[in-house]
Design a protein around this ligand. Structure first.
Ligand code: MEV
Length: 415
């Protein structure tokens, strides 16, 4: 950014102008951003049931991100203070060694059809033999995916021994392109179920997408310069912090919660199914039998800190709320992603950045210091401290360890 003020130092108008010229937003887009919320009661009432209103959250912009060589301003929707600043700070440090290098799998979704009252052993070869017919039937349900040479690609089978007897689980592997793909996956599963019953002689019960998106991973890394991280001791402490998470589920859950602070905030701003991302991520974190860290941290030969992330990322840039919600449309425009895979790369990078900042703070001065300053800033503002005096009031409250509206007013009186 050519102008001298940092993004966080700008007022709302200046921030909007920066975002407008960066993402080539229209006046209409800016009007939507200024509108503080997004959807009308009528739109909300069409989305879900028993609607009485809508509820808005802060939309902020994380800066400094360079991912696979491209510059991004990243919209994040989150209620927790410090998260957006922390992501921006991490991204700034990562820039020195090239930013985030990310790679995403194709957008493969998995659909499951459960068959019971079946002789699984003899049914499996029959199903596999009929793969072509099953795939054709599944693909007849999405002209759009078929036209793009995407859609259902493979049929696999597995036999489950359960308390209610043997089950045959038939799985469809579906390339859902730029959609999250839950709807099309469910439609395809329902469409092929009667054919599977005919082939196997079994009875189909569940026909549904698996949210365990293991064929839809995003992975990547970034190098954080040792001096900018805070020196050798801090780098070593971060690696100790990582090994704590890698070996203790109680710590790993909190460590991964920090990762999710980044992932879910970007997922929120771009209209993703955040529950699907969370469910998949935590299952993936336990894929080897123990719940562990979604990121890995080590040192390179120069002593710099190297962070890596691998996580399922079932996201889309078309369909569902993404086509409806005006704020989400504008947020996606600001992000400038051209495909679901690119969005997955961005979200993965923010997850890694967020984790870096959290463990860096924890492994050095602790997180309360930063939190306390932000908290004090909010308190000072709500105590009516004028802009020009906020920094001084905040500094004194933090130094005294006494952060309250009363104290803010007292200090203001003394100034
Ligand atoms: C707070 O929202 C997230 C952290 O607890 C993450 C962590 O402990 O790594 C700071």
């Amino acid at each position: 950014m050519a102008d001298s003020k940092k993004f966080h130092e700008k007022n709302r108008e200046e921030r909007l102008n920066t975002v407008k010229s960066f993402a080539r937003l229209s006046d209409e887009d800016i009007k939507i951003l200024r509108n503080d919320g997004g959807i009308s009661f009528e739109q909300a009432n069409h989305m879900v049931e028993n609607v009485i209103g809508t509820l808005s959250f802060p939309l902020g912009i994380a800066t400094n991100f360079k991912i696979n060589g491209k510059e991004y301003l990243i919209p994040m929707v989150i209620e927790e203070s410090s998260v957006i600043a922390a992501a921006s700070k991490a991204a700034k440090i990562a820039r020195k060694h090239g930013g985030f290098i990310m790679k995403s799998d194709e957008s493969y979704s998995i659909g499951q059809i459960q068959l019971v009252d079946v002789n699984a052993k003899s049914a499996i070869p029959k199903v596999l033999k009929a793969s072509k017919k099953i795939l054709e039937l599944a693909n007849s349900k999405s002209k759009t995916l078929s036209k793009m040479k995407k859609g259902a690609k493979k049929v696999t089978c597995k036999k489950l021994e359960t308390k209610s007897g043997t089950m045959l689980i038939v799985e469809l592997l579906i390339d859902v392109g730029d959609a999250m793909g839950a709807n099309v996956t469910n439609t395809m599963c329902e469409a092929v179920a009667p054919l599977l019953e005919k082939i196997t002689g079994g009875r189909a019960i569940l026909k549904i997408l698996s949210n365990y998106s293991t064929k839809r991973l995003v992975r990547g890394r970034a190098i954080f310069d040792k001096d900018e991280v805070g020196g050798k001791q801090v780098v070593d402490n971060i690696i100790h912090a990582y090994h704590f998470a890698a070996n203790d589920p109680y710590r790993a859950v909190t460590h991964n919660k920090g990762v999710m602070n980044g992932i879910i905030a970007v997922a929120n701003s771009t209209g993703q199914d955040t529950r699907a991302i969370e469910a998949a991520s935590h299952a993936f974190a336990s894929k080897d039998g123990n719940y562990t860290s979604l990121t890995r941290w080590k040192k390179d030969k120069q002593g710099n800190l190297v962070g890596e992330i691998e996580v399922p990322m079932p996201v889309g840039i078309v369909g569902g709320i993404i086509n409806i919600h005006p704020m989400i449309k504008v947020a996606t425009k600001i992000l400038g992603v051209k495909s679901a895979k690119e969005l997955a790369c961005v979200i993965g990078a923010v997850g890694l950045a967020q984790n870096f900042s959290a463990i860096r703070a924890l492994a050095s001065e602790g997180i309360q210091k930063g939190h306390m300053r932000l908290h004090a800033k909010n308190i000072a503002a709500s105590a009516g401290v004028p802009k020009g005096k906020i920094d001084e009031v905040v500094s004194r409250m933090v130094k005294e360890g006494n952060v309250s509206v009363t104290r803010a007013r007292e200090i203001l009186g003394q100034l």
